[in-house]
Design a protein. Structure first.
Length: 397
């Protein structure tokens, strides 16, 4: 697969409100995952492993951390072989993209400069490993105009996704974006392959449609089906998770601890690359201080850790206990602190004897970036609700 045949466009401008407070100061695809990675590393690495070395990253919301992380893209493409990871912005800096389709429309000059036959459109904030070459081969066999990657999701979560139906040949017959009452649980993964000239004509037409929200899921895909175009589903069988909520982000990290095959560095044929650190984390099954956890580079663990993901540069003081939690990079935790079922944002300081604990099946305690939590626990904990953090955390009564 050469860059002239297929290039990729990563949609990385999402605000990610459902991930607040972790996304108050940074774009959703820049949120850390798995100890030494950021969300966007998965899509970028999938491209690299699939032989796609021309990639446009479309950014918008608070992109500074994302831009710094990607840089010139050397962690994912070989520039000596004319690979390129380009950071793309709205054409008019005073405006924003009207929708995902408009984001591609405004960057069509970049695409046309490479003159691809096919364009791969990707969300930059999903956790999965996928060979896009196999999807492209199916697209060509079907002589499709559009191919959409799909996977079944839990029925109770189906209303969060674009839901579709297919016929016996895999042709998509119906598509509904985030339906209140889903007719199936077959979800779009937000991964599309388009014949570029066909897509460009659709984007130009959509730009001039006054009643359009200029979005792939809401507007383009339903219109394509209605027109009777050749639109097919590509069935993906592997692990995939949309980490658009605090609960799903936490669960994806826990899934990795339960299944070693999901560890981003485990499969050398589908390795996840990153610019965060040169050293992969380590999975520790059992040691005097750490059990069933991932511990990253430059960490000091003087307390105990169980079933948790400890990112690079984390310091954990003596007597502290970390369980079922995700600790983002650069966090400092004092002595005799207790953190259970929580996500602690990058650069936060947690003082001595502080307790931060989630409750219930879907209640994850979460602290944003660079917070300072210093309240000592000298009596039984009560709970208070912070409108800034939008999650329960423990505090003295």
């Amino acid at each position: 697969m050469s860059k002239k045949e297929c290039m990729a466009m990563l949609l990385a401008g999402g605000e990610g409100r459902r991930l607040h407070p972790l996304t108050l100061h940074t774009a959703k695809p820049a949120v850390h995952f798995g100890g030494s990675y950021r969300m966007i590393d998965f899509a970028l690495s999938n491209c690299s492993n699939s032989g796609i070395h021309t990639i446009g990253v479309v950014t918008q919301y608070k992109p500074d951390a994302l831009h710094k992380h990607i840089g010139r893209g050397s962690s994912w493409v070989n520039r000596s072989s004319k690979g390129e990871v380009a950071l793309l912005h709205p054409a008019d800096k005073d405006n924003v993209y009207a929708g995902t389709a408009d984001a591609i429309y405004q960057n069509r000059t970049f695409i046309n400069r490479h003159d691809p036959e096919y364009v791969l459109i990707l969300s930059a904030d999903h956790i999965y490993r996928m060979d896009y070459q196999a999807m492209l081969e199916q697209h060509k066999r079907n002589k499709a105009d559009v191919t959409v990657a799909v996977t079944p999701v839990k029925w109770e979560e189906a209303s969060r996704f674009g839901i579709l139906s297919t016929d016996e040949e895999g042709r998509i017959s119906r598509f509904c974006e985030k339906p209140a009452e889903p007719e199936s649980n077959l979800a779009s993964m937000g991964i599309y392959i388009f014949n570029w000239k066909y897509l460009e004509s659709l984007l130009i037409k959509d730009k001039n449609a006054a009643d359009s929200s200029h979005d792939f899921g809401k507007d383009l895909l339903p219109a394509i089906i209605e027109q009777g175009a050749n639109i097919y589903a590509y069935s993906f069988k592997g692990y995939w998770r949309d980490v658009g909520t605090i609960e799903s982000l936490w669960q994806a990290n826990m899934d990795m601890l339960l299944n070693s095959e999901l560890l981003p560095w485990q499969d050398q044929q589908a390795k996840v690359y990153t610019a965060c650190t040169d050293q992969a984390p380590k999975y520790i099954q059992s040691s005097p201080r750490v059990k069933r956890s991932v511990v990253s580079d430059r960490c000091a663990v003087r307390g105990k850790v169980e079933r948790s993901v400890i990112s690079f540069g984390v310091q954990i003081g003596e007597g502290s206990m970390i369980e079922d939690s995700v600790i983002m990079p650069g966090v400092t935790i004092g002595r005799n602190a207790v953190i259970k079922k929580a996500i602690i944002g990058e650069g936060t300081y947690v003082g001595d004897e502080v307790i931060i604990q989630g409750t219930g099946r879907n209640d994850i305690a979460v602290i944003g970036e660079k917070e300072t939590i210093v309240t000592k626990m000298d009596k039984p904990a009560a709970r208070f609700f912070s409108t800034d953090w939008m999650r329960w955390i423990s505090s003295p009564s």
